[in-house]
Design a protein around this ligand. Structure first.
Ligand SMILES: *Cc1c(COP(=O)(O)O)cnc(C)c1O
Length: 609
C-alpha cells in the first residue's frame, strides 16, 4: 500500500483510516467527507480548506519549545514571537493566527505600508509589531501613529537614512517615538533557496561601520533609550542548522558589543524566521536536519553562552518564523476531471472480421495473460507492437489495425503492472514511466501552487480515498490553464502513483498539503483563473463546523477587478445577442438568461467534477 509519505510530511496532522485521509484531531473527520459536504451547494473547482487547530498547534509548539529551552538552560531572558504577514495576509488566516496567539501575546511583523496597516488594525493588544523592509517617511510616520495609538511597535532600520528620518519625524511631530531596532548585516549566510537574505552582499541590514555610526547618531540625538532590538534573518526554509548557529554567534557578539557601547535599553535579539517545513514525501531523509526542539535549544544555549562569556545580561529572544506557523493549516482539494488514457480503453477496440495475424496474437496474449506468464507475454507484446508499427509504416496494415494494436498493447502492459506491481524491476519501472496516465485537474497551478511553477517546490500530494487499494498508474497532473508549465510531470525519482478510476462512476479528489504559507498572495491570475473557494473548518469532539466561506470570484467580477466595467460588458453582450440574426427570436431570452448564469459562476470547469 502507498501512504504517500504521510508519516514524513504530515507531522501526525493527518492519518489514513478505512482507505481515506482523515484529520488526526478530535472527531477525526475525513477530507473527502468535508469536501463533498461543501460541494453539495453546487460549488465546482478547487477548494482551499483552512484548519485553525493546526495554527494553534504550531504557535504552541514554538512557544513551548523555546520556553522549555529557557528553563533547561537557566536562561534569564524571555521568548516572544511575531508572525510575518507576508507569509499569509488573508483575513481568515490572520484571524486564526491572531486569535490562537492571544494568550501568548503573539505579535505581527510588517514589511510594507499595507502590511503595517493590517498589523495596526489586527494585532493583539500588548503584542509586539516589528516593521522590517525599506521605509519612507510616510511609513515611518505610520509607525509613530501606531505607537501613539497604543501599539508596542519596533521600527527595524535597514539603513542610516531611515534612522535620520525617524529623528526628523520625532522633531517635526509630537507623536510618541516607537522602539528602534537595527537589522545587522552578517557575514554568515544561510542555506537553501533563500540564503541571499543574509551575507555581506545581502540587500538588507547595516554593516559594522554603519552600526557604529548609528549608535553615534542615536547618542547625539538622545535616542539611545529607544534602541531596543537587533535583528537578522538569514533566509527561509533553512535546511541546515549550522549556518544559523554561525549567524547567532556573530549577532550575539554584536549584541554584546553594543551593550558595552552603552546601549542600555537594548534587550531584544530578533533571530528572524526560516524554520523549515517538511515538503518531502518520498524518502525518510528529511529535507532539513534539525527539529524544533534542537532549534530552540541551540538558540537559547548559544546566546546564553555568548552573553555569559562577555558578561552581558541575557537578551529576550524574538523569532519571526512564518512558514513554520502557517504552512500546515492550508490544504488544497482538487477534483480530477479526466484520465487521458481512457482513449486506450478496451471497449474502444474496433476489430475486423479478419485481423492481421499479429493482432490476433495480441488478442490471445491479452486474454491469456496471468501472473505467471506476465513478463514473457509482455515481451512478446512489445515485440509484436514494434513489428506492427513497421508494417504500418510500410503500408501493410491500416490505421484501424494500428489503433487496435495500440489499445491491446496498452492493456497488456497495464495488466502486467497490476500483476507485478511497480517495485520489481527496472524494466517495469521504465514501462510505468512510458505508460504515464495524465490526470486533468480542475486547478490553476499558477494561482494555487505558484512556488511549484516559480522555484520547483514540490508539495505533498495524495488522493483523498482509495487508499486501501494499490495505486498503479504513474501520474502526471495537468492543470486547466493553457500553459504547458501548468503541469506536474511524472518524475521517476519522485514518482506519484494514482488510481485507475472510472470518473463516470466515482469522483476522485487529490489533496495538496502544507500550502498555507506564501502560495496565496504569490498566486497569479494567469489565464484569469481566480482564487479557489475557501472554507475554515473548526473541528470539535462530535464533528466539525464549516465557516468563513469565501467564494471564488465570478467571471464578471474577475474582469471588473481588472478594470473593465462589468455593466459595459453585459450591455455589449446583450446588444449583440438581441441584434444577432443567428439566434431565433424565441431563443433570445433563454440565451441571455443562460449567459447571465455562466458569467456569475467562477472560472473553473463545471464538467461533473
Ligand atoms: C520572510 C521573512 C520572515 C519569515 O520567514 P519564514 O521562512 O517564513 O519563517 C521573517 N523575517 C523576515 C525579515 C522576513 O523577510
Amino acid at each position: 500500500m502507498n501512504n504517500y509519505g504521510i508519516n514524513i510530511w504530515s507531522d501526525k496532522n493527518f492519518i489514513i483510516k478505512n482507505g481515506e485521509v482523515k484529520l488526526n484531531y478530535k472527531s477525526k473527520p475525513s477530507l473527502l467527507q468535508i469536501s463533498k459536504e461543501v460541494r453539495e451547494s453546487g460549488i465546482k473547482g478547487p477548494l482551499l480548506l483552512r484548519f485553525p487547530h493546526l495554527i494553534k498547534k504550531q504557535i504552541q509548539r514554538l512557544y513551548s519549545n523555546f520556553n522549555s529551552a529557557i528553563d533547561e538552560n537557566n536562561y534569564k531572558g524571555s521568548f516572544g514571537a511575531v508572525f510575518p504577514l507576508k507569509v499569509n495576509q488573508f483575513p481568515h488566516a490572520v484571524e486564526s493566527i491572531v486569535n490562537q496567539g492571544k494568550k501568548f501575546s503573539y505579535g505581527l511583523e510588517a514589511g510594507s505600508k499595507t502590511e503595517l496597516l493590517l498589523a495596526m488594525s489586527n494585532a493583539n493588544s500588548n503584542s509586539k509589531i516589528t516593521v522590517n523592509g525599506f521605509k519612507d517617511k510616510e511609513m515611518i510616520t505610520l509607525g509613530f501613529i501606531a505607537c501613539s495609538s497604543g501599539h508596542n511597535i519596533t521600527l527595524i532600520i535597514e539603513g542610516l537614512n531611515e534612522l535620520n528620518t525617524i529623528i526628523d519625524v520625532a522633531n517635526e511631530t509630537k507623536l510618541k517615538v516607537p522602539h528602534i531596532g537595527i537589522r545587522v548585516r552578517l557575514h554568515s549566510i544561510g542555506s537553501g533557496s533563500w540564503a541571499k537574505s543574509g551575507g555581506m552582499d545581502s540587500k538588507f541590514g547595516l554593516t559594522s561601520t554603519e552600526i557604529i555610526e548609528a549608535i553615534s547618531i542615536l547618542k547625539n540625538n538622545s535616542f539611545m533609550d529607544k534602541f531596543s532590538m537587533i535583528h537578522f534573518h538569514i533566509g527561509s526554509q533553512m535546511n541546515d542548522i549550522a549556518p544559523l548557529k554561525k549567524a547567532l554567534r556573530e549577532a550575539g557578539n554584536i549584541y554584546a558589543e553594543l551593550k558595552k557601547m552603552g546601549a542600555s535599553s537594548l534587550n531584544n535579539i530578533n533571530i528572524g524566521g526560516g524554520l523549515a517545513v517538511e515538503y518531502n514525501q518520498h524518502s525518510h531523509a528529511c529535507t532539513h536536519n534539525y527539529s524544533i526542539e534542537e532549534f530552540s535549544s541551540s538558540v537559547v544555549f548559544l546566546l546564553g553562552e555568548i552573553m555569559d562569556t562577555k558578561n552581558v545580561q541575557h537578551p529576550n529572544i524574538y523569532t519571526e518564523s512564518g512558514r513554520f506557523i502557517a504552512a500546515s493549516h492550508g490544504v488544497l482539494i482538487v477534483p480530477v476531471l479526466e484520465l487521458f488514457s481512457q482513449d486506450y480503453h478496451e471497449k474502444l477496440l474496433n476489430l475486423k472480421d479478419n485481423n492481421p495475424p499479429l493482432i490476433k496474437e495480441l488478442l490471445e496474449l491479452n486474454k491469456l495473460l496471468d501472473k505467471k506468464t506476465s513478463i514473457e507475454y509482455l515481451h512478446d507484446a512489445l515485440d509484436h507492437q514494434e513489428s506492427l508499427f513497421t508494417l504500418f509504416d510500410l503500408g501493410y496494415i491500416d490505421l484501424q489495425d494500428r489503433s487496435n494494436a495500440e489499445i491491446l498493447v496498452h492493456n497488456i502492459i497495464k495488466k502486467v503492472l497490476y500483476f507485478c506491481g511497480y517495485e520489481n524491476s527496472k524494466e517495469l519501472e521504465q514501462l510505468q514511466t512510458r505508460l504515464q496516465e495524465r490526470y486533468l485537474i480542475n486547478l490553476s497551478i499558477f494561482q494555487s501552487l505558484p512556488d511549484y511553477w516559480g522555484i520547483g517546490q514540490n508539495f505533498p500530494v495524495m488522493p483523498l480515498n482509495n487508499l486501501d487499494k494499490k495505486p498503479l498508474r504513474a501520474a502526471s497532473l495537468c492543470d486547466i490553464t493553457c500553459d504547458s508549465d501548468g503541469e506536474i510531470g511524472f518524475s521517476p525519482i519522485k514518482p506519484l502513483y494514482l488510481h485507475d478510476v472510472d470518473l463516470k462512476k466515482d469522483e476522485y479528489f487529490l489533496g495538496f498539503f502544507n500550502i498555507g504559507a506564501y502560495q496565496e498572495t504569490l498566486g497569479m491570475n494567469h489565464n484569469l483563473f481566480s482564487r479557489p473557494n475557501e472554507y475554515t473548518i473548526d473541528i470539535n469532539e462530535n464533528g466539525y463546523i464549516v465557516k468563513n466561506i469565501v467564494e471564488s470570484k465570478s467571471i464578471l467580477n474577475i474582469l471588473n477587478d481588472m478594470g473593465y466595467d462589468k455593466n459595459k460588458i453585459l450591455n455589449k453582450l446583450k446588444t449583440d445577442i438581441l441584434n444577432s440574426d443567428f439566434i431565433q427570436k424565441q431563443e433570445k431570452t433563454d440565451t441571455l438568461a443562460k449567459l447571465k448564469v455562466y458569467l456569475e459562476q467562477n472560472s473553473y470547469l463545471r464538467t461533473t467534477n
